[in-house]
Ligand binder design. Structure first.
Ligand code: ZN
Length: 434
């Protein structure tokens, strides 16, 4: 037996499939007293303690009481330069960008500043149990170098890209179609596929790129295998009207991206709050994904995401925080707000669907479900230990809970970073709660 084998014992829960496709009962696997075996950064096996423990001659077993081990959370949309402007007051999308976002992102021309914020940002993700994220940098290539350097040190599976933005933004924050293409290409050559890092071609959104820039972004997206495309889509009604004015020849917002070949597998569109049926169909048939960002949609007053509609069309949906418009790094808090968004539309969000969205669903949206998202043998050992007794109220609530479903639901409603006792990435502990 390998002497690097490690064993973790606790209640263990992971998703196996989308509850919308297989039904809730068949969507997960749960071991009340389970063991997760990890070797060389990968999952070896997960199963009941009574079966696995006798096989572990001399292997040290880390045991967690009153805890639940789940796969690490996956955040399919977030902006690292906006870490310091989270919780900024009172604007909707377009004014919010002008008032807060652009001045904040200006500072990322300075590599040392970018490195500081990248460190704070990654620490915050890990404190919240998020082990993979699809991340916006700023327009400066230095911002992406700083981010990837920090992520590489921790051996995290992360996706990021430099913002492309050559109009409708302050001069100090714009590139050009050509420089954006060249800088992105340089970053791709340096980082894409290095360790567990991936690159995303990242036009901020259609209004801030000229047709020439979108054309080159589409070219770049097609040039390298397994590259991502990451942008925003149909978040806010004023934004949608603006896109219509800027691109009168296109039939709608999504059609702008479609025209420039910024669609397809590994294309991830944040928000999609106001999509028509045709757009949902097009997203589904091209294998594109949408990032549902509950706390951000509520905070900016953007609207209520129609999860059921996208699901019915077969669109891949991941969960995003969208910090800094999002108000928490915690995907448990995203799920809390997601539940309320569904309630406001007379719909439900089953706790096992919530688990799926935050883990395997996110992995599917990112086409990384062969690597992360659950505890299938051979996948990356990215996981979290959640503490049922993290706060007095949670502990008291857990005493009343009679089922796993109830406990899981309470975790998503009452939980946040305090619940995350320990976070592991590629089998290494990367956060231990103080
Ligand atoms: Zn965003």
């Amino acid at each position: 037996m390998s002497n690097t084998l490690k064993a973790y014992r606790a209640a263990i829960l992971h998703s196996l499939a989308d509850p919308a496709e297989v039904g809730v009962e068949n969507s997960y696997q749960y071991f009340e007293d389970g063991v997760l075996l990890v070797d060389d950064g990968r999952v070896v096996e997960v199963g009941p303690a009574e079966r696995l423990l006798p096989k572990l001659n001399g292997v040290e077993v880390r045991e967690y009481r009153d805890a639940l081990i789940t796969p690490g959370f996956i955040d399919t949309h977030i902006h690292y330069p906006q870490t310091g402007m989270i919780a900024s007051y009172g604007e909707q999308l377009l004014d919010w960008l002008d008032t807060y976002t652009f001045p904040t992102e200006r500072q990322f021309a300075d590599k040392a500043h970018a490195a500081d914020v990248a460190g704070i940002f990654l620490k915050e993700l890990l404190r919240n149990g998020t082990t993979t994220a699809l991340v916006f940098g700023s327009v400066h290539k230095e911002s992406v170098d700083a981010f990837f350097e920090a992520a590489e040190k921790l051996d995290l599976r992360m996706i990021a890209g430099k913002v492309l933005m050559d109009r409708n933004a302050p001069d100090y924050l714009t590139d050009t179609a050509e420089s954006g293409y060249a800088d992105s290409k340089e970053l791709i050559e340096r980082w894409h596929g290095k360790g567990r890092l991936h690159y995303a071609v990242t036009p901020r959104f259609a209004p801030t790129s000229t047709p020439e820039q979108l054309e080159l972004a589409g070219k770049l997206f097609a040039e390298y295998p397994d590259l991502y495309m990451h942008t925003h889509l149909s978040e806010n009604r004023k934004e949608i009207e603006w896109v219509k004015e800027l691109f009168p020849e296109r039939s709608g917002y999504l059609d702008v991206y479609d025209h420039y070949r910024l669609i397809g597998q590994r294309a991830v569109f944040a928000h999609g709050v106001h999509l028509c049926d045709d757009e949902c169909r097009r997203l589904a048939e091209t294998g594109s994904a949408v990032a549902f960002c509950p706390t951000s949609n509520l905070f900016l007053g953007s609207g209520l995401f129609d999860l059921e509609k996208l699901e019915q069309h077969g669109v891949r949906v991941g969960l995003g925080t969208d910090v800094g418009a999002g108000t928490s790094f915690s995907q448990l808090q995203s799920l809390n707000e997601a539940y309320k968004i569904m309630q406001l539309q007379g719909k439900k969000l089953d706790p096992f669907k919530s688990l799926y969205l935050a883990t395997l669903g996110g992995a599917r949206a990112l086409y990384l479900d062969h690597r992360i998202g659950n505890f299938s043998t051979g996948k990356d050992a990215d996981f979290v230990v959640l503490d049922y007794l993290a706060t007095p109220l949670l502990a008291y609530r857990m005493q009343q809970a009679r089922s796993l479903e109830e406990r899981l639901f309470a975790l998503t409603i009452l939980g946040d970073d305090r619940v995350v006792k320990e976070t592991f990435a590629a089998g290494r502990s990367v956060h231990l709660r103080g």
